[in-house]
Every structure is written in C-alpha cells, then in structure tokens.
Design a protein around this ligand. Structure first.
Ligand code: TMP
Length: 206
C-alpha cells in the first residue's frame, strides 16, 4: 500500500532510537507522517498488547499469540492506519506483519505459510509499500550491549531464539528484495540515521 512504511529488526538494534530521530526529522521538515507501533497503537490494540506481553500469561500457546498479534493488527489498521492513509498522510509503523512472520512463523516454528494465511485475513491489501530493516545480527547487538554472559543457559537460549528471528527476516528479505530497505545498523546513531534518510529519499518516501 502506497505511503505505508514499516520498520523492522531484531531486539537491541537501536530501532526505537532511530524512530525517535526520524520523527524529529519529519517534524523539522514539515513532512506529514503518522508514527505508530505494533503491537498496540490504539486503545483496544494496546489492551491486546498488554495480554501478549504480560509475563504472567505463561499458558498462552504459540497459535493464540499469533492470533492476538493479528487481532491487535486489524484493530490498529481500521482505527489508526487506514484513516491516516486516507487523509493523505504517510504512515511509519514500528513493526508490522513481518514481525509475526519472523517471530511466530519462523522463530516459534508455527510455519510461515500458516502465519501468512492468518494475517492475510487481518491485513487484506494493506501490505507495506516499503519495509526498513535495521540489519544487525543478534550476536552483534548482544555484544554491543556489553555481552552478557553467553554461557548462562537462559541467555544462550534467548540468543538462539533471536538468531532464528534474524534468519527469519533474512528469508523474508530474500523472498521480497524490492520491498525491503536494508540498513546497516552497526554504525553510530548518526550514520544509521543518515542511511535511512538517504535510502528513503531515493525511493521518494521522504
Ligand atoms: P518491541 O520490542 O519492538 O517493543 O516489540 C515487542 C515484542 O513483540 C518484540 O519481542 C517482538 C514481538 N512481536 C512479535 O513477536 N510478533 C509481532 O507480530 C509483533 C508486532 C511483535
């Protein structure tokens, strides 16, 4: 969908920082953009987010989680994203359906096809026009954080999960190379920001 841009990446890649700077850049340059995020982005969708992210809800099964993300998504689309696009704004969304593909479909092992099918009902024609992928492997993001002890069993399991998420994104990028804008996220905050601006300008996004 034209003017609908999403930003994706593994945890710890500096996504929130870059979105804050991009928001400021758009404000400074008078570019009308609605910034929003998933899971959440609207009152009801935020309530669904709370259910998903509540650490007490240990019994939520993987498929239920996938449906909850899709439920949050359809509410967010109807209430926030579609009206903004219809009013002529660009929309930049922090995570969207590719997160479900990478996290639930691939890393959790539900299967990409299954997660695609269930999300198709939620998003219809609202696939992002472009997806900015902040590219930094979990290992590098982990090391950049100061490298928690990777011999710690839990941390190691966590790292493996995030490596599967990263491999998932690589598969999605290979399947749709023209939709993804790959940004090398290993540089300084300023270097990463400049790459984002340059690539977005090249494609007429900003
Ligand atoms: P955040 O770290 O960007 O706030 O995202 C919250 C978490 O939700 C993050 O671990 C990724 C996860 N997530 C999914 O697993 N599936 C999804 O569809 C979305 C939108 C997020």
């Amino acid at each position: 969908m034209k003017d609908f841009i999403t930003i994706e990446g593994c945890e710890g890649v500096g996504k929130s920082t870059q979105i804050d700077i991009l928001k400021q850049y758009c404000a400074d340059n008078g570019i009308p953009v609605l910034f929003t995020r998933e899971p959440g982005g609207s009152r009801v969708a935020e309530k669904i987010r709370d259910i998903i992210l509540d650490a007490d809800n240990v019994e939520i099964c993987d498929m239920c989680e996938a449906f909850l993300y899709a439920s949050s998504r359809v509410q967010h689309l109807e209430e926030i994203i579609i009206p903004a696009l219809n009013s002529g704004k660009k929309v930049i969304c922090d995570r969207f359906v590719d997160s479900s593909y990478a996290y639930q479909g691939i890393a959790r092992g539900l299967g990409l096809d299954r997660v695609k099918r269930l999300n198709q009902l939620a998003i219809g024609e609202y696939m992002p026009q472009y997806t900015i992928f902040l590219d930094l492997s979990p290992r590098k993001a982990f090391d950049r954080k100061g490298g928690a002890d990777i011999h710690d069993r839990l941390e190691t399991q966590d790292l493996r999960f995030h490596e599967r998420v990263y491999e998932g994104y690589q598969l999605l990028i290979a399947n749709e190379p023209d939709r993804f804008i790959i940004i090398d996220a290993s540089g300084t905050i300023e270097q990463v920001h400049e790459q984002i601006i340059a690539q977005c300008k090249d494609r007429g996004i900003l």
